[in-house]
Design a protein around this ligand. Sequence first.
Ligand SMILES: C[S@@+](CC[C@H](N)C(=O)[O-])C[C@H]1O[C@@H](n2cnc3c(N)ncnc32)[C@H](O)[C@@H]1O
Length: 203
Amino acid sequence: MKRAPIEVFSDWAENGRDIGMEKGHENSVTHMLNFATKGLNNFSFIDAGCGNGWAVRIIGNNPNCKKAIGIDGSKNMIKKAKDLDKKNTYIYSDLMKWKPKIKIDIVHSMEVFYYFQNPEKLIKHINRFWLKQGGRIIIGIDYYKENKASHCWPEECGISIMQLLSEKEWNSFFKIAGFKNVKSWRVGEKDNWSGTLVLTGTK
Ligand SMILES: C[S@@+](CC[C@H](N)C(=O)[O-])C[C@H]1O[C@@H](n2cnc3c(N)ncnc32)[C@H](O)[C@@H]1O
């Protein structure tokens, strides 16, 4: 039987599969972080669905970052992040149920948004409640229509909610949510792997 995403990832935090994700996502995330932070000083940053917090720790060491926050709906992931890092902030919450007290410059997310029943609603929530005017959202997705090699993952991982959407559909969610300068591209394409689909836009 398939299980909810957070249940599955809580097990992954316990059995060490979070480290495999970190290694597998590192290339794409490095590319995304470089793109989003280029030329910025004194920026604030959120990793939405931060897992064990590895990307928060990377950005937290960037001298231009004044505040780095990781949020995840898995208690085990957040416990792991807090045990590893006392400097940055980690919050245990469903992304749809949380709002920062002070709006943020960059919202980053890797391999998270398709685990939502309604990703369009999440993108609107972030636009409305999380980002400053002029702030940037950047997300990476490996499970999407054009990347046929990823289509077996719901069966392989036993996860109930995984929305299989096209590059065009993801782009339209960003535009409908009110983001400007929306664009998408792929990182790390090889053989039958279409690469990480990166989407970004500004508020
Ligand atoms: C594939 S993992 C990616 C983790 C991390 N971004 C990385 O690259 O290693 C997806 C993460 O999204 C989190 N997640 C899934 N649904 C969520 C929700 N509704 N609210 C908050 N976090 C959620 C999971 O707990 C998990 O840590």
